[in-house]
Design a protein around this ligand. Structure first.
Ligand code: UDP
Length: 330
């Protein structure tokens, strides 16, 4: 029986596929390649190009392959874009998931692990953030992910499907082989943008606000290595295979770094001065987001290996230095 990875050509999806194949799993990848890269799909995975909003496409994959569980990464995930084009997020993230669930129910596939986000919490009341804390998303992206969680909950109750929702904090880093890494167009995430400076693609990094209520005035985030995230998906599939109930887990290191600390660490790793310019705050950015991942450690046995920011940035730098244009061969 295979694991179907939807969005397996994307950043976190492709790293999860690499880890699954390393562990001897049979993997089927489906991706519409809108933001994913065919070069990121592991050569041993069976690949289907198509869109989860297309019921005939999803049915075909379930009919042609013996699928035991689904890992669902196929979604749009840019906070800023979700604010200017919310219906794109409702369409892909919610309508896509609805079609997927209809097809899963029809084909009696009853296990799904999916990407949720720290953005489901909104401005946190407590640090570190616990899964039991209240959820009040401050952007449309987080809202659609929270609605997806609820769609799984009610579909599960009605049809016996079980799910694990993984609420990621800030994914970063790249596969140790240097073969795959982060490649978004346009890039909006802090670490790859910082690394564009030593790569000669950008003059300076812009700091979005230095007047937050934090020690150095810049936002604090919990940076978690993509391979550690990938491992959590594998443990979550195992958790469902073992017959456990649906559940929600935070995935982070439990340690926060400010934007200025990340830039300083990148200077150290790359040996480049990386000039920084202060600008306005970015809309919808909470001051501090730090996960409590105690539950994932206790229940899933998750044990993230990359808790050192310098090593995380070094792994991202290894990828970006050798692939300044991402997967484009230029
Ligand atoms: N950030 C920044 N400059 C940039 C990109 C991001 O100062 O060019 C800040 C952003 O405001 C946030 C942190 O870096 O506080 C992480 O942002 P990112 O977009 O990487 O992830 P997010 O926290 O939005 O998921």
């Amino acid at each position: 029986m295979a694991i179907l990875v939807l969005g397996g050509a994307g950043y976190i999806g492709s790293h999860t596929v690499y880890e699954l194949i390393d562990r001897g799993e049979e993997v089927v990848v489906a991706d519409n390649l809108e933001t994913g890269h065919i070069e990121a799909v592991h050569p041993k995975a069976k690949f289907y190009q198509g869109d989860i909003r297309d019921r005939a496409f999803v049915d075909k994959v379930f009919e042609e392959c013996k699928i035991d569980a689904v890992i669902h990464f196929a979604a749009n995930s840019l906070v800023g874009e979700s604010m200017t084009n919310p219906l794109k997020y409702y369409d892909n993230n919610l309508c896509g998931t609805k079609v997927l669930l209809e097809s899963m129910v029809a084909h009696r596939i009853d296990k799904i692990v999916f990407s949720s986000t720290a953005a489901t919490y909104g401005e946190p009341k407590n640090i570190p953030i616990m899964e039991s804390d209240s959820t009040h998303p401050t952007n449309c992206y987080g809202e659609t992910k929270l609605s997806m969680e609820k769609m799984f909950k009610w579909t599960g109750r009605a049809h016996g499907l079980r799910y694990v929702s993984l609420r990621y904090f800030n994914a970063c880093g790249a596969h140790e082989s240097g073969e795959i890494g982060e490649a978004h167009a346009p890039e909006t995430h802090l670490i790859p943008l910082i690394l564009q400076v030593p790569n000669g693609k950008r003059e300076a990094i812009t700091i979005f606000g230095d007047d937050y209520q934090t020690p150095d005035g810049t936002c604090i985030r919990d940076y978690i290595h993509v391979t550690d995230l990938a491992m959590a998906h594998i443990l979550a599939v195992q958790y469902l295979r073992d017959g456990n109930i649906s559940n929600i887990f935070n995935l982070g290191n439990g340690v926060g770094f400010s934007v200025k600390e990340v830039i300083e660490t990148a200077r150290k790793v790359t040996g480049h001065p990386i000039p920084a310019v202060i600008s306005e705050r970015r809309a919808g950015d909470p001051a501090r987001l730090i996960a409590s991942s105690e539950k994932a450690r206790q229940v899933l046995g998750w044990n993230p290996q990359h808790d050192d920011l310098e090593k995380i940035i070094a792994s991202a730098w290894k990828w970006h230095k050798n692939h300044p244009n991402g997967f484009e061969k230029k």
